[in-house]
Design a protein around this ligand. Structure first.
Ligand code: UDP
Ligand code: MG
Length: 335
């Protein structure tokens, strides 16, 4: 049974977020304060900021804030590992001390007033609560349409994505434990979490504009994220290629017979046009095919290496104000 006053940790990945950090910390602190005062969550609930190798003042702001604000904790990754990995690092660490964890972006585009609803659902016994955007009016036209196409494609391929849900969600300890058993390096959390199963529900909200700073997901990162999502969840594109190949093979057989018949009974011309068309067509098709297969090989390549997904440089959450590598002096047991 869920505890009456669960210890909540809100995990917030931050990459060069010096413009929004203080405001975000202020607003989330207010939320935690209110919830703790109403005894909906434990008073030792925390905000865990994960600095994803920022090159600006983000980390020093986190450290400064953590000395003033009892709710604020931080971990610093050794380098920029990307949003999904930063988030996972935060979830892994937060899970050790929390009954439930909420993940949210640092720019507060997701409405923090529904955190209360998250907690209510959790107390009703739900293990995963998805925050779902009611509308995407504040996103650019491009981002909106590309997102719709992406979700449609993924659903067609049978990947159970929750429509209009990004990484704003609550998970309880049990769900987080299950999540840590997924060992993939190409993380696509919003695809993996529905696979966990468990009792889940949705909470709806309106997505706002970014508070300050600019998006850390430029087009290139967005495309690569979408491609990873696809190739780490479905082999349908490879299968599709096989079918195209079979179809073309049969078709070229028929065309061959036709050409032969023409040759024997009719007059053939130089055939330059058909030749050049097929060269381009087949060449293009082959390149697409090789590209798609390459994507999968790339995915397999990174998976088999199973490199660690992130490295934590400093951890102020479980080990306050101490550096990892200073804990154990080297050669202590050697003599
Ligand atoms: N982020 C991160 N590492 C990165 C890129 C982004 O931790 O390499 C964080 C970023 O600080 C923010 C969240 O991921 O908290 C989502 O990024 P952003 O709001 O820029 O994406 P958008 O909302 O534009 O898709
Ligand atoms: Mg954002």
């Amino acid at each position: 049974m869920n505890p009456a006053e669960p210890l909540l940790t809100i995990v917030i990945p931050c990459y060069n977020e010096e413009d929004v950090f203080l405001e975000t910390a202020r607003q989330l602190t207010a939320v935690l304060n209110d919830l703790a005062e109403e005894k909906l969550i434990s008073a030792s609930s925390k905000l865990l900021f994960v600095d994803d190798g920022s090159t600006d003042r983000t980390w020093s702001l986190i450290v400064m804030e953590s000395t003033k604000n009892q709710f604020v904790k931080g971990i610093k990754l050794a380098r920029n590992s990307g949003h999904q990995k930063a988030l996972l690092a935060g979830l892994d660490i937060a899970q050790q001390k929390s009954d439930c964890v909420i993940s949210i972006d640092a720019d507060l585009q997701d409405d923090i007033s529904v955190i209360r609803e998250f907690i209510e659902k959790y107390r009703e016994g739900y293990e995963i609560v998805y925050g779902v955007r009611r509308s995407r009016q504040t996103d650019t036209f491009f981002k909106r349409t590309s997102a719709v196409c992406f979700y449609r494609l993924m659903n067609r391929l049978g990947i159970p994505l929750i429509h209009n849900h990004a990484d704003y969600r609550l998970m309880n300890k049990r769900a987080l434990k299950e999540l840590s058993r997924f060992n993939e390096s190409n993380l696509f959390l919003r695809g993996i979490i529905p696979l966990i199963g468990f009792r889940s529900t949705k909470v709806f909200y309106d997505r706002k504009e970014r508070q300050a700073g600019e998006t850390k997901y430029p087009l290139k990162k967005m495309l690569s994220f979408a491609l990873h999502g696809l190739t780490s969840f479905s082999v349908a594109p490879i299968r599709f290629l096989t079918f195209v190949g079979i179809f073309l093979f049969l078709f070229s057989g028929i065309a061959g017979v036709y050409a032969l018949v023409q040759k024997i009974f009719g007059t053939t011309n130089a055939g330059w046009a058909s030749l050049i068309i097929s060269i381009w067509f087949l060449g293009g098709l082959q390149l697409i095919g090789i590209g798609i297969i390459g994507e999968y090989i790339g995915t397999i390549f990174t998976e088999v290496k199973s490199r660690p997904k992130y490295a934590i440089d400093i951890d102020l959450y479980t080990k306050p104000l101490r550096r990892h590598h200073q804990e154990k002096p080297r050669n202590k047991n050697l003599s």
